[in-house]
Design a protein around this ligand. Sequence first.
Ligand code: ZN
Length: 148
Amino acid sequence: MMLPDPAIVTCPACAAANRVPRAKLGAGGTCGRCHASLFAGEPITLSAASFDAHAMRADIPLLVDFWAAWCGPCRQMAPAFAAAARELEPLVRLGKLDTEAEPAVANRFDIRSIPTMILFAKGREVARKSGALPASAIVTWVRDARKA
Ligand code: ZN
């Protein structure tokens, strides 16, 4: 999966589409509309309102952690998911979707157990995995899926 150049990066704060030259993806750019950092080195919080802007309209693939606060394995995996964000950004965006707060999004993707991670590229589901993973396994799984 080659990124287009420039690539569309969705702003984590206002969900505006930003066109960023591929060579500048790692340069700490800010949103043209709200001036927030386009990448903060940590997972973003996804909502029903922002989900499609990140999953469907961005060129940057999106890895979603479908989780809930009552889920022990989800809470256990949170630091690993955050560590994976530091490794994978800016070539992959990582986001968390609270299945309790946003059940419609969880239903749309037929999430039956949590944690479940789905990797999206331009709106297409390219890989899915259920169960908690350590950071290194998340990174390896995503890199392999992007090569496929
Ligand atoms: Zn913005």
